[in-house]
Design a protein around this ligand. Structure first.
Ligand SMILES: [Zn+2]
Length: 277
C-alpha cells in the first residue's frame, strides 16, 4: 500500500489517526520516517519494501510521542535517529519501570493490543545543530523547533521538494501545543510556523504526520490556518477553524475536547504566571 508522492518518496498510511509513514529511497536502501502504528501495518510495510527489493537502512522519529516512536522487528535492526532533545525525552520516560503501562494509557483501547511496544523509542539522538540525517541518500535537512513536543523535527528533502512536517500542518488535527515542557508554548508554536514558512518556497509536497498529503498551495494555506488557530488560542477567542467546526470530517468526538483543554491549560498558566495574556 505504498503510494509515491514525489520521485523516490513514498507514503504508507496507517488506519490510526490517518498517520503517514514516509519512505525515502537512497542508494543502498530506504530511510523510514515515523514507521506506523499497528504491528500488522508495519509488517505489511516491511513486506511491500522487501517485495520490491528494498531494505530499510535507517529510521527517524520526528518527535517523542508514542505513535511516532514505534518499530517492527521485520524492519530490521538499523540506526534509528531523532533530535538530541527527542532522544533525551524518550530516555526520560523509558527509565520509568512502568513505562509500558503509562504509554498504554495514551493508546486508544480498541488498538492497544495491536501496538507493539517492545522496540518503542530506541532512537539515537543526533547532536544538537545536526543539519542533516546521516545516511546514503537524498539530503534530508532537519528543521528542529519547539512546538508540539520537545525536539520536534520537520524534515526537508530538498532535492525532492518534500516537507515531512511531523505533527505540524495537518489538515485534520488542530495545532496541539506542548504545554508541559516550554515556558511560552504560544510563542514557540508561532516561531515554529515562521521557521516552516521560511522553507515553504521550496516545497511541492507536504507530508504531515496525520492527514492528507498536500501540494505546494497547501503549505501556505495550512501555515495560515494553524497561525490563525494559535492566535485565537492566545486571545482566548473562538477559532473559526474547520477542523473543529460543524463541517469537520475527522475527530468530531474528541478534537473539540482537545481545543477546550488547551484553552483551560493556557488560562491556568496565565493565572499562575500572573499575566493576563
Ligand atoms: Zn505528536
Amino acid at each position: 500500500m505504498l503510494r509515491q508522492v514525489a520521485e523516490g518518496v513514498l507514503i504508507h498510511e496507517s488506519e490510526f489517526c490517518q498517520s503517514n509513514a514516509v519512505v525515502v529511497q537512497g542508494r543502498a536502501g530506504v530511510l523510514l520516517i515515523d514507521p506506523g502504528v499497528q504491528g500488522d501495518e508495519m509488517a505489511c510495510l516491511a513486506n511491500d519494501l522487501s517485495d520490491s527489493g528494498q531494505t530499510v537502512v535507517a529510521g527517524f522519529s520526528t518527535h517523542p510521542h508514542w505513535d511516532h516512536l514505534l518499530w517492527h522487528a521485520r524492519l530490521g535492526a538499523v540506526p534509528r535517529y531523532g533530535t538530541a532533545r527527542c532522544a533525551s525525552s524518550v530516555r526520560g520516560f523509558l527509565s520509568d519501570p512502568r513505562w509500558k503501562d503509562r504509554i498504554a494509557e495514551w493508546i486508544p483501547p480498541d488498538i492497544v493490543e495491536q501496538v507493539p511496544l517492545d522496540l518503542l523509542g530506541l532512537v539515537t539522538g543526533l547532536p544538537a545543530e545536526t543539519a542533516r540525517i546521516p545516511w546514503d541518500g537524498p539530503q534530508v535537512r532537519i528543521a528542529e523547533h519547539q512546538a508540539h513536543a520537545p525536539g520536534h523535527a520537520a524534515l526537508l528533502i530538498e532535492e525532492r521538494g518534500v516537507l515531512v512536517a511531523g505533527d505540524m500542518l495537518s489538515d485534520v488535527l488542530i495545532p496541539m501545543l506542548d504545554l508541559n515542557d516550554t515556558a511560552d508554548p504560544i510563542e514557540n508554536y508561532l516561531a515554529a510556523l515562521r521557521l516552516l514558512e521560511g522553507v515553504a518556497g521550496d516545497v511541492d509536497v507536504l507530508a504531515p504526520g496525520h492527514g492528507s498529503i498536500g501540494g505546494a498551495d497547501q503549505v501556505r494555506a495550512r501555515i495560515d490556518q494553524d497561525r490563525a488557530y494559535v492566535h485565537a488560542l492566545r486571545d482566548a477567542g473562538v477559532p473559526s477553524d474547520p477542523r473543529i467546526g460543524p463541517s469537520a470530517t475527522y475527530g468530531k468526538d474528541w478534537l473539540p475536547g482537545v481545543h477546550e483543554r488547551q484553552l483551560q491549560r493556557l488560562a491556568q498558566r496565565n493565572e499562575r504566571d500572573g499575566t493576563s495574556g
